[in-house]
Design a protein around this ligand. Sequence first.
Ligand SMILES: Cc1cc2nc3c(=O)[nH]c(=O)nc-3n(C[C@H](O)[C@H](O)[C@H](O)COP(=O)(O)OP(=O)(O)OC[C@H]3O[C@@H](n4cnc5c(N)ncnc54)[C@H](O)[C@@H]3O)c2cc1C
Length: 416
Amino acid sequence: MQRYSIFSLARNALAGHRNWAQAWRSPPLRDRYEVIVIGAGGHGLATAYYLAKEHGITDVAVLDRGWLGGGNVARNTVTIRANYLRDASIPFYVKSVALYEGLTRELNFNLMHSRRTMIDVVHTYPKMRELRRRQLTMDIYGATYEQISTEEIRRRIPALTGGGPDARLPIIGGMVHTDAGVNRHDAVAWGYARAADARGVEMHQQTPVLSLIRGADGRIEGVETTRGRLRARKVVVAVSGHTTTLTETAGLKLPLRTMNLTAFVSEPVKPLVDVVVNCPDLGFYFSQSDKGELVIGGAPDSGQSFRRDIKQHVFEDTVGAMLELFPAFRKLKLMRQWGGHLDITHDASPIMDETDVPGLFVTAGWWGGYKAIPAGGLCMAHHVATGQPHPLMAGFTVGRFKHLDFIMETGTTTAR
Ligand SMILES: Cc1cc2nc3c(=O)[nH]c(=O)nc-3n(C[C@H](O)[C@H](O)[C@H](O)COP(=O)(O)OP(=O)(O)OC[C@H]3O[C@@H](n4cnc5c(N)ncnc54)[C@H](O)[C@@H]3O)c2cc1C
């Protein structure tokens, strides 16, 4: 793998940037692999990378129907945090946040990771009680989450001038999560792809998988693509909102619904806020990008949907809520808006498991799954390679829905 550094940048600048090596190859598609990973998003690419790095399994093809990193990994608002509620979740997300912090160096790709801190601005006592519960559980796992006063919130976020005593919903306090951060999403996809490619993994873009193929014994045997039939004894489905459309081709029903989540950005402005601001009672959050744009997200649209745009009422609700707390933002121009479709389980926790179809693995239900990419990839690779669930993902089984053994994260990962 060509090393990226200040020296290689200077050398290539002198040569007019004509000598950079390709970040990953485009080899011919073979008809058989040891492992096929469907979906070149964050989870698929990270799984392939850790299969090669941690387990020496390099006969791997990552297939994507579009271009690498063109799904939700490139459509999200890059908030990375570990403030969850359940014992099954917190260590997993703590690990993921920790992995992210070392990932620029590991992948030799500048992710522009910035440990920003997240401040939750709270308006209601039920929400404050729920966040205090999270704090107490998180304490056990060494994750940072502290209560702060309204005065401290205003000191740290000077632009927050609304929410005073005469407001519709006055601010009653907040929580601060110093482990939280943001980074650059396309770099995460490209960094994992480049490092996986360097270890022998093949990336195949423009290769939609049409269906999963099972053998007479019921085991997975491969996939049918628009470029022909490919064989593999192990297949990983990492296709985010499209999970059920694929798994149903193998006769498998999973407890997932696909929903639309949206975001938008403002014009760039000078540095205004240096933390991620999250307002769970009002239903919006934002951070400021290195370019100066405010990156703003709201609550999901409540119905099932495969939309990738934004619904007007969701947009208006989010902007209205934001202006209650930040009235000065009414002067901002909004530049771009978009959406993505994500799948969500009944308990809002992911599924990472081998399914009832032997050899078929699923990593899905990633509602807030950007933060989970490093640990998700690490754990899936472990399960695929060893046949045993990684201890950090042991609770995220498909079987929990049969036994009503839910990991309820509703509200900590989504408003649903
Ligand atoms: C607006 C928005 C904001 C978000 N904000 C955050 C946030 O702040 N923090 C956070 O943690 N998470 C956030 N998320 C969620 C996060 O983006 C997703 O949970 C995560 O990216 C999903 O995993 P992925 O990267 O593997 O998915 P994707 O990048 O969507 O990868 C799936 C890939 O599968 C491919 N594919 C689909 N079907 C097929 C097929 N049949 N054959 C071949 N390939 C196929 C797609 O083309 C795609 O490239 C947000 C999402 C959205 C939409």
